[in-house]
Design a protein. Structure first.
Length: 463
């Protein structure tokens, strides 16, 4: 993992991005020489054609990112890989075709377009098949030892089963005097000798401390220090989860850890940059989506009685209430008894138009008004209703920590976790929100926007 502006990016995926960008650039130059029509070659003399390979490489890299081909999900099966690759190149065909009509000197057309897409598509598939082989080869994986065999260590084993430790080889679990083992017995190392001996014997590069009780000799401090001085990296469990999954696990963090951990920063410069970013992005979004919003408003009005917009009180930064704006997606009597209700899968309270605008996230567009008013940011934790905030704060530790930053239209929890509809879901989402509060930056905001486009395109997490 490589850390950019406090956010972890898999080094292998970053390498794939760079190699693929170079591939697209080279393929574009090759196709321009061998498959371009005489008319296109004439346009090349205008001088703008020098930018064509760079534009093609940037556009296709962006489309591939939107289709999730720089995430781990595509590694779960060949079918997922084929569907995503073919989908992104179909979208690329449309975008490049439109570009060729508007700026023929900057976009490939005709035989050149066909050649550049076919070769790039085959190249992208081949690169990913090679990437899978390389990623599964144990020689390229970091060898990791887990200290402990209790419930915390079992969380790591759950990560392995979920495919969240790609690029790592978990050598095994070392019991530290505990009698209850929550990990498979076949994975427990029955080794004698010092911790340094075990590290040398197995070629360990990293040790993850997953021990709950660290006082009274439960943690071999002197041996860990010796390992660190010899070049072995030592991580506690929250830092391991933060790096591998983008969450801060509630059961592994406490107030003192949060106080002394790196991150959780805020400041005037950060606020000014984020506000400028919010105004710029939301302004462009308003202009781009205005026709869609007008059609949506008309469809809502024609289908059912009631207002076009739905307003609701939500809790924002520092616990301050504000009014949020959304397109109405439910019938006006959706909460007849007056009590707030969680959204449900295939919710029967939604209208036909409502189901469509929820699936495409169009119902969220009026929140751009909240961004302009300064109540919300474009990226941040989703704001909740006062009723649920009061309920969840009483049941979930550190829940109010998410109110230390402005809420957002989209956020880290929204792109990484399914739609929340229970207290258990709220706990899962909070772990992502805590990661965002700790590590928020403009770079992370841009990553979230990119993944939000992926969520919309692939229709993830809709209710």
């Amino acid at each position: 993992m490589i850390r950019f502006f406090r956010h972890y990016v898999p080094a292998s995926m970053l390498f794939l991005v760079l190699v693929e960008f170079v591939l697209f650039h080279v393929v574009s130059r090759y196709a321009a020489v061998h498959y371009a029509s005489p008319d296109t070659l004439l346009l090349a003399s205008a001088g703008l054609a020098v930018y064509k390979p760079w534009l093609f490489a940037a556009l296709m890299t962006l489309v591939i990112a939107v289709f999730g081909l720089y995430e781990w999900e595509w590694t779960k099966g060949i079918r997922s890989l084929l569907v995503r690759v073919l989908g992104c190149f179909a979208v690329g065909l449309v975008l490049l075709g439109l570009g060729a009509e508007i700026l023929p000197s900057l976009f490939p057309a005709g035989g050149e377009l066909a050649a550049v897409l076919v070769i790039s598509c085959l190249g992208a598939l081949l690169l990913r098949l090679l990437f899978l082989q390389w990623n599964h080869a144990s020689g390229f994986k970091k060898r990791v030892l887990i200290l402990g065999t209790g419930s915390r260590a079992a969380k790591v084993e759950d990560m392995i089963q979920a495919g969240q430790v790609l690029g790592l080889d978990i050598v095994g679990y070392l019991p530290m005097g505990g009698t209850h083992h929550y990990v498979p017995h076949a994975r427990i190392l029955d080794e004698s000798g010092s911790l340094l001996d075990i590290v040398d014997r197995y070629g360990i590069e990293e040790i993850v401390v997953a021990i709950r009780e660290r006082r009274g000799g439960g943690l071999p401090i002197a041996e860990l220090l010796e390992c660190k001085m010899r070049g072995t990296r030592i991580l506690d469990l929250p830092a391991f989860f933060e790096r591998q999954t983008g969450i801060l696990p509630l059961e592994s963090v406490n107030a003192s850890w949060m106080i002394f951990a790196e991150g959780f920063h805020s400041g005037t410069l950060r606020d000014v940059v984020k506000r400028a970013f919010d105004l710029g992005v939301s302004g462009l979004m308003l202009l781009a989506t205005l026709p869609i919003m007008l059609v949506t408003a008309l469809a809502i009005k024609l289908e059912s009685k009631g207002p076009v917009f739905y307003t609701q009180e939500r809790i924002g930064e520092s616990g301050e209430p504000f009014t949020i704006y959304k397109f109405r997606s439910m019938f006006t009597d959706a909460e007849k008894d007056g009590l707030p209700q969680w959204a449900r899968l295939n919710d029967d309270r939604t209208t036909r138009v409502g189901r469509i605008i929820r699936r495409t996230r169009i119902d969220e567009l009026p929140q751009l008004i909240n961004v302009f008013l300064g109540h919300m940011s474009f990226v941040g934790p989703r704001p909740e209703r006062p009723y649920f905030v009061q309920e969840l704060s009483a049941q979930i530790p550190y829940y109010n920590t998410r109110h230390s930053v402005k809420p957002g239209i989209t956020g880290w929890a929204q792109v990484r976790f399914p739609y929340g509809a229970s207290v258990e879901d709220a706990i899962g989402k909070l772990q992502y929100d805590l990661y965002y509060v700790k590590n928020h930056s403009l770079f992370l905001d841009l990553m979230i926007l990119l993944q939000t486009a992926q969520v919309v395109v692939l229709g993830k997490g809709v209710r």
